[in-house]
Design a protein around this ligand. Sequence first.
Ligand SMILES: Nc1ncnc2c1ncn2[C@@H]1O[C@H](COP(=O)(O)OP(=O)(O)OP(=O)(O)O)[C@@H](O)[C@H]1O
Length: 345
Amino acid sequence: MNPIASASPRLEVQGLSTSFATEAGRIQSVADVSFAIRPGETLALVGESGSGKSVTSLTLMGLHAKTSHAQVEGQAWFVRRDGRRVNLLDLPESEKRALRGNELGMIFQEPMTSLNPVLTIGEQIAESVRLHLKLDRKAAHAHAQRMLELVEIPAAAQRVNEYPHQLSGGMRQRVMIALAMACNPTLLIADEPTTALDVTIQAQILALMGRLQKETGMSMLFVTHNLGVVAQYADAVAVMYAGRIVESAPVHDLFARPAHPYTRGLLACLPGVARRRASPVLPGRRPQLVAIPGQVSSPFAPPPGCAFAPRCTHRREACDARMPMLDAGGDRRVRCIGFTEELAA
Ligand SMILES: Nc1ncnc2c1ncn2[C@@H]1O[C@H](COP(=O)(O)OP(=O)(O)OP(=O)(O)O)[C@@H](O)[C@H]1O
């Protein structure tokens, strides 16, 4: 039996919803999102721009700006190193801070906005490990250098004393990985970690992340809109549409037999990727999500029924009446009346 599939989840998200009060009204960015990630597993969260992927990861990290008037519901059960199961959405700020950068690592798209421009990269990594691992100054500096070696930064002994602007984009992203991994996190949330990089560097960074994951057994939530990356690196996929998960499944099953009309639409736009599931992300090929005809409904006035119905070629009356349930057939879950009827047949 697959050891990942049989382990109990390290993170279990149940009914996560996030809305924001804005001048134009309340916007429901994420609604009733549930998923689980086991030790050593990578779950890819995919969807078009604005589907709620980043809000999901920021909510889990507790990183909403105080000014954003976010309202969060649901639970996110995380198993800590000491075996305690804590709800990330209900932790005091001090405990959240102790987890972030420690058991919970994160990597974002643009390292220049996440790295401190006035500190050397060594100082930034050392600061984190001194705080969380309680190392003294000298040991922290040595740890920082080891982390740069681990992420294959050449001449780490010199680079450790350089500032972010002295590094290329790919090297900065490696530093972000070193920083995120410095305290040996058990869960890494990576939000579009390679989107800003050219495809060759992107493939190298993803290979590095895959290797580190294998070595450490950490779990990963990987936010992306690149289906080629999903096909190659994820174990499971959750497809988001208008703030909700519309389909989730093991990666192989999803690519082989997409069930939700939206997922089918996404893959139909990418026939090459859908068929060549194991194809590498080749230089010059960027298998991104491409537009499906029609527009996502306004988040201020979501339709009462299925949010995808206005763009769906299988739409019927019942689809507009109420939001379909996320129904399960095996380890695939699909939010579509058509799928529910198929299960019942
Ligand atoms: N602080 C906020 N205040 C109000 N609305 C927000 C806030 N943050 C996000 N949103 C809205 O929530 C929705 C989901 O945004 P989110 O950034 O999660 O999408 P995404 O799927 O990550 O898109 P992308 O791939 O472009 O990053 C969008 O309509 C966005 O405008």
